[in-house]
Write a protein that binds this ligand. Structure first.
Ligand code: AMP
Length: 543
């Protein structure tokens, strides 16, 4: 028997219309590329989003069109999220830290129709313009007075909004309609697109709100240092308006001193970002001998949060939520909002528990499997590859059947490429990474791509790219190489050879020459053995 309840499709536009009515005075505070601080409430944001939606429609944008953004965290980027998805188009956020090659690939793969860009990223586009679709329309996210000289023939954001109506009839469509697109690095080859839906996005916002709601002060302020181009800033542009929380958008200055000043001035309650960012803030806190006023909660994710960082935050009265997730999971899968018995443990034991990756959020199922695919017990001892399932997890990749098929197991679970254990209380512990990727400052570098590019150098016979722990960047790549002959190429020479395919920060920090590489029983290079052999190795910038 069916129940007798109404059914309305879940829509992203409803989040903002709700916030404008129920939480009208909560603000979006933005450090602008224009150099000043800008403030607008959710009630003021809605009519601007409506005007933008009309402008997009006037440009011929239709249901399912991909509209790209290349921008920092700010109110205009937030407006684009809602104006694009709200009318049934797809908000494709692009990571400006990608190499030129990857940027060209994803804009062409997504077949973006319009690209909205912050002033500071205009040169990136000008450099690759000839390799982007000829009919792509560019819009620079500023006002007429700040429009830079450019070769993009670009339109001006604020001019587009001028004279447009303040009200937009948000269309009703199937809640499984695509809403957002975010590419993530593959272990090899090209980036792969996670294509979110209205349903998955609204559910994720509700789920995260459920975890957060109790941990944060009512109607407080959240600072997403995590970029809007990195899995929708972990869903905050959707969760914060639902909770009536203000968003403090940091723009382009993400160093410790700038973040400290902004958090102090705005009395930010909770700040979210990758460990690298908190290293910078911590250094500033040490310098000033105090934490920013009001700062009481930090969410750390994207890479494992070091225990010492968690300990320092907790000692200064900042509660740490250590979260784990993926682009493919919208992204939050587990969160360190611990049960009361953990909070009441002796301090050291409590920190031990908080260093783990926390418990799953509602709606995400976790399983760990051994090499044969057999599910392992959640006993805190058994280790296996982590698989996930749920309404906020991808079912494949955008226009990429090969990668889609490789990502799922026979029962429809998504393979994360992380190696983990789960204890009887449901607390996840990420132990290692099976995927061949290196994560530096929260951004990926494919070790296989590095190896392919390096071995095409005539001076290198064979090599392995491995991650080395780094206190600031979390991991940095180094090459372990066997020379082709006695004349070993220099690191500069290898960089010059590889630089066509990589952004500068992706290039290896060092090359370590060895007579031969250790192999596994199946003849593959054993990175595990290599890592063990190099336990005493120190990266050049740390010597
Ligand atoms: P991304 O799709 O860029 O968000 O990266 C997701 C991956 O980052 C995961 O599969 C993990 O390998 C890693 N990761 C994210 N959060 C954590 C964490 N808290 N601890 C350890 N690894 C993490």
């Amino acid at each position: 028997m069916q129940g007798m309840m109404m059914q309305q499709p879940l829509r992203i536009s409803d989040i903002l219309t709700y916030a404008a009515e129920a939480n009208p005075n909560a603000e979006i505070v933005s450090v602008r590329t224009e150099g000043d601080i800008h403030r607008q409430t959710y009630a003021e944001t809605l009519p601007r989003v409506c005007r933008l939606a009309h402008a997009l429609r006037g440009m011929g944008v239709q249901l399912g069109d991909r509209i790209a953004t290349l921008a920092w965290n700010g109110y205009r980027h937030f407006e684009l999220y809602y104006a694009i998805s709200g009318q049934g188009a797809i908000c494709h956020t692009i990571n400006p830290r990608l190499s030129a090659e990857q940027l060209i690939y994803i804009v062409n793969h997504a077949q973006d129709k319009v690209l909205f860009v912050d002033v500071s990223f205009v040169p990136i586009l000008e450099a690759v313009q000839n390799d982007l679709p000829a009919d792509l329309t560019y819009v620079i996210m500023t006002d007429r007075a700040h429009m830079p000289e450019n070769s993009l023939n670009a339109l001006c954001y604020e001019t587009l909004l001028d004279g447009q109506p303040d009200h937009f009839d948000w269309p009703v469509f199937d809640e499984n309609t695509a809403s957002g697109l975010c590419y993530t690095s593959g272990t090899t080859g090209n980036p792969k697109g996670a294509l979110y839906t209205h349903r998955s996005t609204v559910l994720h916002a509700l789920i995260v709100g459920n975890v957060l709601g109790s941990a944060l002060p009512k109607e407080g302020k959240i600072l997403p240092v995590v970029p809007l181009f990195h899995v929708n800033a972990w869903g905050l542009p959707y969760t914060a308006p639902l909770l009536g929380m203000s968003l403090v958008m940091p723009g382009q200055h993400l160093d410790g001193a700038s973040l400290f000043r902004l958090m102090d001035d705005e009395q930010v309650d909770s700040a979210w970002g990758v460990p690298t960012v908190w290293q910078g803030l911590m250094a500033e806190i040490d310098k000033q001998g105090r934490k920013p006023a009001g700062f009481s909660d930090v969410v750390v994710g994207g890479s494992a949060a070091p225990r010492v960082m968690i300990e320092k935050f907790e000692q200064m009265g900042v509660a740490v939520g250590h979260a784990w997730g993926m682009t493919e999971m919208s992204p939050i899968g587990t969160h360190g909002n611990m049960p009361r018995w953990v909070e009441s443990l002796p301090f050291d034991q409590m920190i031990d528990k908080k260093s783990l990756q926390g418990r799953r959020v509602f709606g995400v199922d976790l399983k760990i499997v051994d090499e044969d695919g057999t599910a392992q017990p959640h006993d805190g001892t058994a280790i296996g590859e982590l698989y996930v399932r749920g309404n906020t997890v991808v079912s494949g990749y955008f226009n990429n059947p090969e990668a889609s098929a490789a990502a799922m197991d026979a029962d429809g679970w998504f393979g994360t490429g992380d190696i983990a254990s789960i204890d009887p209380h449901g607390i996840l512990s990420i132990q290692d990474r099976a995927k061949d990727l290196i994560k530096s400052g929260g951004e990926w570098i494919s070790s296989i791509d590095l190896e392919n590019a390096a071995t095409s150098h005539p001076g290198i016979a064979t090599c392995a790219a491995i991650a080395m722990a780094h206190p600031k960047w979390d991991e940095r790549p180094v090459l372990v190489a066997v020379a082709a002959d006695s004349a070993r190429p220099s690191l500069e020479d290898i960089h010059a050879h590889m630089s066509e395919h990589f952004a500068k920060w992706q290039l290896p920090d060092d090359v370590i020459w060895v007579p031969e590489l250790p192999l596994t029983a199946t003849g593959k290079i054993s990175k595990l053995t290599l890592r063990r052999q190099l336990t005493d190795y120190v990266l050049p910038d740390l010597r």
